[in-house]
Design a protein around this ligand. Structure first.
Ligand SMILES: O=C(O)CCC(=O)C(=O)O
Length: 370
């Protein structure tokens, strides 16, 4: 969870970085400079294939004998729905009360950075400056989270996390938006205010529902803005359609935390497991929009060889059963792969979304926490 251009967040377990693990070997091969080698992709022809009804269409779900619980659903989300999710994400979700990575570094407009950008593009005004937030000079609250369970695992990441958990967390209440912001994990290089066109490309993530502390990898169980209703409805339909495969009853499904990830070519997400949720039975739903990427999926043991899938706009990955805790990551976002269906084609209202998506991959993933 988390990424920044050429910097990987969260820090990987030390052995992930050794060239010896199968995961790391495939990551390096996929990332190798130059043209992506398509032969690294998993052959999907021989994989078990199921058909489900979703959004009034019959669609194929690909399963993997070696990776039980992993389902890959190409073209799961119809184009119009892709567009409305991306639009709602940028206009409505990346703004208070939800927190995004930029909040720790900048005082953003309470209407959200996207709406400020669009308003400026549609005006004849000079480019707005975004004011830098300074954690050195603001009055900070020392915020102690309700629970801090220590982890038994013996890995570098866990040791770092355990050290961080011993310290008081530094957070600040943004009085414009009434949202609590955690101190940044890493500082941005410049202390100067910046143009909005410099800041928008640095949007990396935004959290929905249960807000997340990225440094100690725990949810803030007391910071829970309402989950967007459209996502609740869409995910209910998906979990219902998949019941026969995941064995998870849709009556129990409740999306409680979501992350919207924004990647540009060159950004990566290193191998990780999603383990912060208490409920490990509910499936994790993950959607791709915009540019294509290569997604690696392994097992709970990172020394085992993962598979590589190419995810296109509208594709969905479902991690359930034993696959819910498997290592996975995104070593490559492929430039110039925006599909024609997401181009404006004369639709003036979509122009700025097309510009943004032509150099961005958006991932939305949904989890049940309890
Ligand atoms: O971008 C993706 O497809 C995966 C995102 C992910 O694994 C995460 O946010 O934990």
């Amino acid at each position: 969870m988390g990424r920044k251009k050429k910097v990987v967040v969260p820090p990987p377990d030390s052995d992930v970085w050794q060239n010896t693990t199968e995961f790391r070997i495939l990551e390096r091969k996929v990332k190798r400079k130059g043209q992506f080698d398509e032969s690294l992709l998993e052959n999907l022809q021989d994989k078990p294939c199921h058909t489900i009804q979703l959004f009034n269409r019959s669609i194929k779900v690909i399963a993997f004998d070696k990776f039980p619980g992993l389902y890959y659903i190409p073209n799961a989300i119809p184009v119009e729905l892709q567009k409305s999710i991306v639009k709602e994400a940028l206009e409505e979700w990346v703004r208070p009360p939800n927190v995004c990575n930029l909040d720790s570094h900048f005082h953003l407009n309470p209407n959200g950075i996207w709406n400020e950008y669009v308003a400026w593009k549609n005006s004849s005004q000079s480019e707005p400056k975004i004011k830098k937030r300074n954690f050195d000079t603001v009055q900070v609250d020392q915020y102690a989270p309700p629970s801090r369970n220590t982890t038994e695992e013996n890995c570098e990441t866990c040791k770092v996390t355990a050290e961080l958990k011993k310290k008081p967390l530094v957070s600040v209440l943004d009085t414009d938006t009434n949202v609590i912001i955690d101190a940044p994990v890493t500082k941005m290089s410049s202390n100067d205010d910046q143009n909005i066109t410099q800041v928008l490309p640095r949007l990396r993530w935004c959290t929905l529902g249960h807000q997340y502390n990225w440094s100690i990898k725990e949810y803030h169980f007391d910071r829970v803005p309402p989950f967007p209703q459209s996502i609740v409805d869409i995910s209910n339909e998906i979990v219902h359609s998949l019941e026969g495969l995941t064995q998870y009853p849709s009556s129990k499904w409740k999306p409680e935390a979501g992350i919207i990830n924004f990647y540009q070519p060159g950004d990566t997400l290193t191998a990780h497991q999603d383990k912060s949720e208490i409920n490990t039975q509910a499936p994790l739903l993950s959607f791709s929009f915009g540019l294509e990427c290569v997604f690696l999926f392994g097992t709970e043991d990172k020394s085992e060889k993962p598979i590589a899938l190419k995810l296109k706009s509208g594709d969905m990955v479902v991690m359930s059963g034993p696959g819910r805790r498997a290592f996975h990551g995104v070593p490559l976002v492929i430039k110039d792969t925006l599909p024609d269906t997401l181009k404006a084609n004369g639709d003036k209202d979509w122009d700025l979304f097309q510009d943004y998506l032509s150099h961005t991959r958006v991932n939305l993933n949904l989890r049940q926490v309890y």
